[in-house]
Design a protein around this ligand. Structure first.
Ligand SMILES: [Zn+2]
Length: 148
């Protein structure tokens, strides 16, 4: 199946997130090309989505830190349901970030066709700005050399 995966192709589908103190770095980091993920300063564990408390040790000493933007495909599917009339199929994935086993983002895969995606495929972050210019959606594309 061919999924429409060009960056920007699914932009009309994107709802603007509610931005708060905990997630503002995550949604705005793309302005600087930075994938900002919450990390605990007490135990060092990373976690997502952002929250004011560490899920590992319950410390309140948490905050956004720049992640590498590299990861692997942990799972994926092709959405074919036209939730908005006329929309094209697109790829939804869990990307496991390189920083820590189990650290996953739900995202879209772009710049790749569904038949070329595989589990554990190396991917890298790419940002798609909202037209308002205040939110950047972290999406993932195959890392160089990841597909045949
Ligand atoms: Zn912790």
């Amino acid at each position: 199946m061919t999924a429409r995966t060009t960056v920007g192709a699914v932009l009309p589908l994107r709802l603007k997130p509610y931005v708060d103190a905990d997630n503002s770095a995550f949604w705005s980091g793309g302005a600087d090309g930075a994938l900002m993920i919450h990390r605990c300063r007490s135990c060092g564990s990373w976690f997502h989505p952002p929250a004011p408390v560490c899920r590992n040790c319950q410390s309140l000493e948490v905050g956004p830190e720049r992640a590498s933007g590299r990861g692997t495909v942990a799972s994926y599917t092709v959405n074919v349901q036209p939730w908005i009339p006329g929309s094209e199929p697109y790829l939804i994935a869990w990307v496991e970030l390189a920083e820590q086993p189990g650290l996953r983002l739900t995202t879209n895969l772009v710049d790749v066709e569904a038949e070329d995606v595989s589990l554990d495929m190396p991917v890298e972050v790419v940002f798609e700005p909202h037209p308002d210019g205040d939110v950047w959606y972290p999406l993932f594309r195959p890392a160089p050399g990841a597909t045949a």
